[in-house]
Design a protein around this ligand. Structure first.
Ligand code: EPZ
Length: 421
């Protein structure tokens, strides 16, 4: 099991190219199920989760051809030979549920294993299932699988989401493109990944208005055709490396992104004393002055502060001059990085969904354990600022969402290396 060793203290300088967005790619890939023509995705990130989604699609009968060193995925779904997404793949990655909507819309049947919970919470899929029922599907739950059927196809409807769920919005949006008549998704998630999915579906012939707003209107069409679509840049990866610049008091340019992709996050960083500026080919990040300032953060659906950058921001705030507070309002258990950061010398108290971070702390290296994707990278970030060496165990969590993290950081001067067992 790989580990990563980090020795802190070096201000990072240089450039980091931001990869395609994991969470855009994981919904764009199942969109290929909606047509019997090839969907080609470019700027795809080389991540474990992308390989898992490729395996899942291949298990349904898709042909997934990685091209140009896996930077391009050509996905052909001439016919779907298997309608069942099996537990042994679904349990590895919650995003597997995103084959439900497109498979149901294309085939009139989908049998998908219910995802187990995961480290950051129960994460049910009830909103996905309600959306499919609203579009006319009949669902039965048995032996851990949801059997969805719509033998006469789906029918356009109003899908009211009680919570602006990203995944439920994506499933409903994909299913509605082939439903008969008009659908409206109310309280839709507004993340850039939703807009990217809508743009790809429109390129495939779908009729969609309002993506990026909380109301998306879809006119169903009889069929979709193939397309080529470039995956947007990964705003969470970008935000993570912005923290790497700030936590080491470095000066980094992130290429392939603009500041508005991380708007609320960049605003909070600036409140904490970090400059985030659009430059010619990306975004330049460095501290405004010597010290970092404490801030109050609440995680919210887009365009609010992203929950996927909460753990990384917490690592930075351990160095701020004063008390910061973070309220995690999206997931019920997303503070598992706290005990590990505390072992490195951070002073953090958790009360329910709120964490108080007392700074500045003097961070010292330690062997630490990653528990989920974003928690693991927050430990690497803390290691970049800690005195001595930090060993991050269970790095497979990191590899799910960060492409070659040790290469990208060491290219900017970080003392970081992968210990392959
Ligand atoms: C997406 O997950 C992302 N994953 C997550 O990123 C991200 O944290 C999350 O959106 C919020 O931004 C992908 O895009 C693959 P949700 P998703 O549906 O769709 C509850 C990462 O680190 N909920 O908006 O699962 C749920 O339990 C990952 O890259 C229900 O109760 O997020 C959670 O508390 C982690 N019922 C909240 O809503 C449902 O049917 C947010 O879920 C669906 C969700």
């Amino acid at each position: 099991m790989d580990r990563i060793a980090v020795r802190g203290g070096t201000p990072l300088k240089g450039e980091i190219a931001i990869s395609g967005a994991k969470n855009a790619c994981l919904t764009l890939m199942p969109a290929a199920l909606l047509t019997d023509e090839p969907l080609t995705l470019t700027n795809t990130p080389r991540l474990a989760d992308i390989k898992t989604m490729s395996e899942l699609l291949e298990s349904l009968g898709c042909e997934v051809a990685p091209l140009q060193d896996r930077r391009v995925l050509a996905i052909g779904t001439e016919r779907i030979s298997n309608h069942t997404a099996h537990y042994d793949i679904v349990r590895k990655m919650r995003a597997s549920i995103l084959v439900l909507g497109p498979m149901l819309a294309r085939e009139g049947e989908a049998i998908v294993s219910l995802p187990g919970g995961c480290a950051i919470g129960a994460r049910p899929v009830d909103l996905h299932l309600k959306a499919m029922e609203a579009l006319g599907a009949v669902l039965e739950l048995e032996d851990g699988y949801v059997h969805a059927s719509a033998p006469n196809g789906l029918t356009g409807a109003v899908v009211d989401l009680p919570f602006a769920s990203v995944g439920a919005t994506e499933n409903a949006l994909m299913a509605a493109t082939l439903a008969k008549g008009e659908s409206v998704i109310r309280n839709a998630a507004r993340e850039p990944e939703i807009v990217d999915l809508a743009n790809c579906l429109i390129a495939m012939g779908a009729k969609i208005e309002g993506a990026g707003s909380s109301e998306i209107r879809i006119q169903g069409v009889p069929r979709l055709h193939g397309a080529t679509h470039r995956v947007i840049a990964d705003r969470i990866e970008a935000g993570t490396y912005m923290i790497a610049a700030a936590i080491t008091n470095g000066d980094i340019v992130l290429t392939g992104v603009t500041r508005d992709l991380v708007g609320a996050f960049a605003d909070k960083l600036e409140e904490a004393g970090v400059l985030v500026e659009d430059v010619e080919h990306g975004v330049r990040v460095r501290r405004a002055g010597e010290h970092l300032k404490p801030v109050h953060i609440e995680t919210e659906p887009f365009p609010g502060f992203p929950t996927d950058l909460q753990a990384q921001m917490m690592a930075l705030l351990t160095l701020a001059e004063g008390d910061s507070e973070i309220e995690e309002k999206i997931f019920e258990n997303r503070f598992m990085h706290v005990p590990e950061l505390s072992r490195m010398g951070a002073h953090i108290e958790v009360h329910g969904g709120a964490a108080m971070i007392h700074g500045p702390a003097h961070l010292t290296g330690a062997p630490v354990m990653a528990t989920d994707l974003r928690a693991s990278v927050s430990l690497v970030l803390a290691g970049l600022a800690a005195e001595g060496e930090t060993i991050v165990n269970r790095v497979y969590h990191l590899d799910r969402g960060y492409e070659r993290v040790e290469e990208k950081l060491s290219a900017c001067g970080a003392n970081i290396r992968r210990l392959s067992e």
